[in-house]
Design a protein around this ligand. Structure first.
Ligand code: KMH
Ligand code: ZN
Length: 273
């Protein structure tokens, strides 16, 4: 089995310091969290930028400051900006970090209810536009899929040459209130729905984070954890840092006999130049 790539989703756009004080807002906090995750075994750091007061932001300038600061402290890691941003942001706003030519960025492959009246909008034309920008700036898309139909959308657009990548990489986000459930049955269904040349990561939301991680470790996929998706390291115990969540996955992988990939090995597996 391939070594395990761990992605740390350190900030998100919806979670705040009120939920967990370790959620990073300042540049120093982003660096602290990225470093803790790298030291615990993460090779990819998924970032949603924030203004100093915690307001979610897709500002190119803020992303540049965060990426440069992380690169300076932990030059090995792959920093993966979000193009999802926060619910309600325009495409123009969301696309800003792509023009920094990061190695990877997320590409959300469909529209999803996000609880209450929130709808995370990604129309087919938006997906095509985002994918085209990623092609122009030589950015590998991580296809974020919240349901099975989004896998089909990504595969269809890839076949038409509208998502540009040799081998697609997916992130199955499972357990969003509006998306596919975070169950073993549905994880097997998602993993069985992509061609064998694709790679995949799975992210369980909330209390399912470590159940999905454990299943994924034994199934041969890759794992995403982090405060974006879950704030607890165990029932009722807040994680003191994103690093705690990554360290738990590393421990699970060790117990289950799966080695952890370094960022260099992750680049190799994902075909990053
Ligand atoms: N915050 C969500 C609306 C992504 O990073 O691309 C979108 C999201 C997906 O988290
Ligand atoms: Zn995200």
């Amino acid at each position: 089995m391939d070594k395990l790539i761990i992605t740390a989703a350190i900030s998100g756009a919806e979670v705040t310091k009120e939920h967990n004080p370790a959620v990073p807002y300042s540049i120093e906090e982003f660096v602290r969290e990225a470093k803790a995750c790298y030291e615990a075994g993460a090779s990819i750091i998924h970032v949603h930028a924030r203004e100093e007061d915690g307001t979610p932001s897709q500002s190119k300038e803020i992303y540049k400051n965060i990426i440069d600061a992380i690169n300076k402290e932990v030059p090995e890691v792959i920093v993966q900006p979000s193009t999802g941003g926060a619910v309600g942001m325009s495409s123009e706003e969301r696309l800003q970090p792509v023009s920094l030519s990061p190695e990877m960025a997320t590409l959300d492959c469909g529209t999803c209810n996000f609880g209450g009246d929130d709808v995370f909008v990604n129309t087919e034309n938006m997906i095509i536009e985002f994918a085209e920008q990623m092609r122009q700036y030589n950015v590998k898309p991580e296809c974020e899929v919240f349901d099975k139909g989004m896998i089909d959308m990504a595969l269809r657009l890839h076949k038409k040459g509208l998502i540009h990548d040799e081998n697609l990489h997916f992130n199955f986000v499972m357990g969003v209130n509006g998306g596919i459930s975070a169950t073993a049955r549905d994880l097997v269904f998602m993993a069985g729905s992509i061609p064998s040349n694709c790679t995949w990561t799975a992210a369980g939301i909330g209390r399912s984070q470590f159940h999905i991680a454990a299943l994924t470790i034994v199934m041969g996929g890759h794992v995403r954890v982090g405060l974006e998706d879950n704030i607890y390291v165990e029932k009722g115990v807040l994680a003191e840092s994103n690093g705690d969540l990554v360290a738990k996955v590393t421990r699970l992988a060790k117990e289950l006999g799966r080695e952890i990939a370094t960022p260099a090995e992750a680049r190799e597996m994902l075909g990053l130049k």
